[in-house]
Design a protein around this ligand. Sequence first.
Ligand code: SF4
Length: 183
Amino acid sequence: MGSVKEKMQNFAIQQALQYIEGNPEENIPKLMALVDRFSPEGWYQSQRSAVREAIRRKDNWYQLILRVYELDPGVRKAFFQNFLMNASLKGSAVQNEVKEREGCNVPWAILLDPTSACNMHCMGCWAAEYGNQLNLSLETIDSVIRQGKALGTYMYIYTGGEPLVRRDDLIRICEIKRKPGPF
Ligand code: SF4
């Protein structure tokens, strides 16, 4: 169970996210202000500046940010909550502890390739060269996430190959209740 402070932060984030639903052009700057407010001081400062600059210039990256508002509202809410509460706020605090204790950097996000299989042949992509037989087992994916969470990494991005070839296992991973951690 989270601390009282965590619960209050979680509640504040949920209230703020509810407030900024709708009217993306008006609300994306507010969303960025929210990220700045809840991010630890100095946390990915240059990346956050780049996002702020994209919003100011309304460039191609801004168009990509706008597409977040094309997502299902429930998915968007879960993404923002996980991004702000788990990956940014809670995760970075644990990462800093580990960094000091172990003298090493901890990644903010971990990219996994659940499979090399893909039926496309995009130029420059390695997937077609590796065939369709390279797969991480469900147990291996789960183990990577468990180990990562112990270090404070709460953001996992599936690439590939086509990750949805492993759809059933990825959904199973989401269903597995892991402890300790905020999921
Ligand atoms: S994995 Fe992605 S980039 Fe690579 S071939 Fe498939 S669709 Fe294209």
